[in-house]
Structure formats: structure tokens, C-alpha cells
Design a protein around this ligand. Structure first.
Ligand code: ATP
Ligand code: MG
Length: 353
């Protein structure tokens, strides 16, 4: 298979971890006889410094002409202390999602057995948890009408969803459910919210096209509770932008470290793959960042954008084996980890390769 991959390392540890993600893709190409070519593009603080623009047109063009994008992170501490800065690294990220029409954010939440002991949640509750979230990215209260009235003493945000927005993400989630445990949980607040009643209606309609998938509708408050009480009861979860934002942060704790979680943002064109963590300037340049989230993002890329299931599973198994062999980065090491098994970013990546 011949494919063009654009890499956007971005800022901070984004550079360090995407180097490992790229290496694993090269390794897969070599082992399975594929031809992957790589190109680089700039985004974020780095792009602002070089061009004044957090997402130069040249970067966007490269992405639009690629088969998949591997992204690191954007951000720089200098903007944290300057909330009024007009040009910000995050603008590059939002523009990228909008321009590429990336409406579905997939977050697999999986706890590797090897990290069970290090978790703060009881192992008997966590063992075997494996959830795939589909968070809608382009609608909801983030994009509805908002404002102030009564001389500013009252504020409102409008939760808004259109049929087609729910339909397209529901189809993606149902298709994914078919390849997994054939169970889909749609999360809403249909007992209170009109937009949620439309959401539920549309999901029920779409469900008719997927008779092999068991569908369950759950209110968001109940889902939040059940996620901690019995995470194994979930397989694929589909939900709106706001509920997805909150639930996936909650669920990230099931997997242990931020450094373990990958994500995919997909639409109807090119897919974008990135760790859920940010630029983490506190550890930038120290060579200690966990590269597994980027490596697992590369696994998602192989599966979702290229349909290379076996290749993707091989990468996941390599991560599993690395953990089984006792290797850890600092963030996932515990008191029992021998000193010599705590590796830096590059070496950890090489072990997986
Ligand atoms: P940003 O502003 O770009 O979101 P951040 O400074 O908020 O960056 P995050 O990346 O969101 O930092 O992560 C929060 C903390 O989690 C970091 O300070 C870092 O110590 C830790 N962390 C995040 N990613 C990793 C990783 N891959 N490996 C190890 N630790 C990580
Ligand atoms: Mg952050």
C-alpha cells in the first residue's frame, strides 16, 4: 500500500513523541511491505514564531493533500500568562479541525493489564475495561447562540444539534460497534433537553440499519456514575460535544496516565491522529515523555485511515509486550519498577519498534 502521511510535531513534547510515532509507522511499512512517505508541516507556537500564523496555508495544503495526519501538540507557557494574546497556538488547532471537517473525535479507553496495579481504581473493577468513545466535535452548546441580557446579569448558551450532525456520527459509531463487541451506548439527557430528544430519535432511526448492534440509551448523569462503577459494561459510546468532553476526561483515569491515551479525529476526508495530552512544557527537552500515546495514535491511523487492521493490532501488541517485559516511562512506573527498566522517550519507542 502506498500512502502519504503528514507529520505535525507542533510544540513541546509533541516533537519528541511524534518522532516515536513516525518510527513505528516506518517499522510497520518495512515489516508489512508498505510504502509510506512522510512530509512535515508546522503548527502552533513554532509556526507563530516563524510566520506569525498558527496554521500557515502551506501546512493546511499539505494536510489536505495527504492520506493521514500524525499530530503532536500545540501550546507554550508564554500564552498562559497572557490570556489577551491575539494570536495563540490553539487557534491553529481549531482552524485545522474546522478546515478539515473533523466532526468525530474517537478516544479508545483501554487499560493494559500490566498497569492495573499502578491504578488508583480497584483492579477487580477495572480489569478488561475497553471503551471506544465517539464525541461529536462540531455542534452542541459550543457553537449555539450565546450572549448576555438584562444589562449583563443574565447569560445564556444554546445547545443545538441538527439531524445530519447526529446521523453522521451515529453511523461512524455503529460501524465501529460492528467490529467490536456489537454494543452501543448513546448518552444524552433526553428527559430534560430537546436537543437530546432529537439526538435519541436520530440514533434510534440509524440503529434500524444496524440490527446486529445492541443499543442502549443512557442519561449522562447515569453514564458518569456507571463509568466508574462498572466500566466493563461499556463498549462503544456515542455522545454530544459537551457530554463527551466531560465523560472522556473522567474515563481517561481508567487508563492510568495521560501519556497512554490516543485519539483520532475523523470526518469525511483526511483523518488526524494525536495523543490526548498537550505540549507539557514542564517535561519538554528532558527526554522523559511517554511516547505510547503517540505510538497508539499511529495504530489508530493504520486501522481507521488505511484499513490496516493486522498492522494496527501488531503495534498494540508491541506496546503490550513492552509493558509485559516491565519497561516503563516515568509517568507509568511505580515503586516496584526497577531503576533500569525506567526508560526515556526515545529508548521506550525503540523497544516498541
Ligand atoms: P497544554 O497546555 O499543551 O495542554 P499542559 O502543560 O497542560 O500542556 P498536558 O500535556 O496537558 O500539559 O499534561 C499535563 C501534565 O501531564 C504535564 O504537565 C505532564 O507532566 C504530564 N504529561 C502529559 N503528557 C505526558 C506524557 N506523554 N508523558 C509523561 N507525562 C505527561
Ligand atoms: Mg493540558
Amino acid at each position: 500500500m502506498k500512502k502519504k502521511i503528514v507529520i505535525l510535531p507542533g510544540d513541546g513534547i509533541g516533537k519528541e513523541v511524534t518522532a516515536c510515532g513516525k518510527k513505528i509507522l516506518e517499522q510497520v511499512a518495512e515489516c508489512f511491505g508498505h510504502q509510506f512517505t512522510f512530509d512535515y508541516a508546522t503548527i502552533g507556537h513554532e509556526a507563530i514564531e516563524a510566520t506569525g500564523n498558527p496554521l500557515p496555508d502551506e501546512s493546511l495544503e499539505k494536510m489536505k493533500n495527504s492520506d493521514a495526519i500524525l499530530f503532536g501538540a500545540v501550546g507554550h507557557p508564554k500564552y498562559d500568562n497572557d490570556p489577551s494574546a491575539k494570536v495563540r497556538p490553539e487557534q491553529g488547532l481549531l482552524k485545522m479541525r474546522k478546515e478539515l471537517g473533523l466532526y468525530a473525535n474517537l478516544r479508545p479507553i483501554k487499560l493494559f493489564d500490566e498497569l492495573l496495579a499502578a491504578s488508583s481504581i480497584k483492579p477487580e473493577i477495572l480489569k478488561g475495561a475497553d471503551i471506544l468513545f465517539f464525541r461529536e466535535l462540531t455542534g452542541d452548546v459550543y457553537f449555539g447562540e450565546r450572549g448576555r441580557k438584562d444589562q449583563g446579569s443574565t447569560a445564556f448558551d444554546t445547545m443545538i444539534y441538527s439531524r445530519y450532525e447526529v446521523e453522521r456520527i451515529a453511523h461512524k459509531a455503529f460501524k465501529a460497534a460492528l467490529t467490536r463487541g456489537k454494543k452501543l451506548t448513546s448518552v444524552d439527557k433526553a428527559n430534560v433537553l430537546e436537543s437530546s430528544r432529537l439526538w435519541r430519535e436520530v440514533v434510534q432511526e440509524v440503529a434500524k440499519q444496524y440490527p446486529d448492534v445492541t443499543v442502549e440509551h443512557m442519561f449522562v448523569d447515569a453514564a458518569a456514575m456507571k463509568l466508574i462503577q462498572n466500566p466493563r459494561s461499556f463498549d462503544v459510546v456515542v455522545t454530544g460535544n459537551l457530554f463527551g468532553d466531560i465523560l472522556t476526561d473522567e474515563a481517561s483515569q481508567i487508563a492510568g496516565s495521560m501519556g497512554m491515551l490516543a485519539s483520532a479525529s475523523i470526518g469525511d476526508t483526511v483523518g488526524l491522529y494525536e495523543p490526548i495530552h498537550g505540549s507539557a512544557h514542564d517535561i519538554t527537552g528532558k527526554g522523559v515523555a511517554n511516547p505510547l500515546a503517540s505510538i497508539l495514535s499511529a495504530a489508530l491511523l493504520l486501522d481507521i485511515s488505511f484499513g490496516l487492521k493486522e498492522e494496527s493490532e501488531t503495534v498494540i501488541k508491541a506496546v503490550e509486550q513492552t509493558l509485559k517485559d516491565g519497561y516503563r516511562t516515568r509517568d507509568i512506573a511505580d515503586a516496584a519498577t526497577p531503576h533500569e527498566k525506567i526508560l526515556g522517550t526515545e529508548v521506550m519507542g525503540n523497544v516498541v519498534c
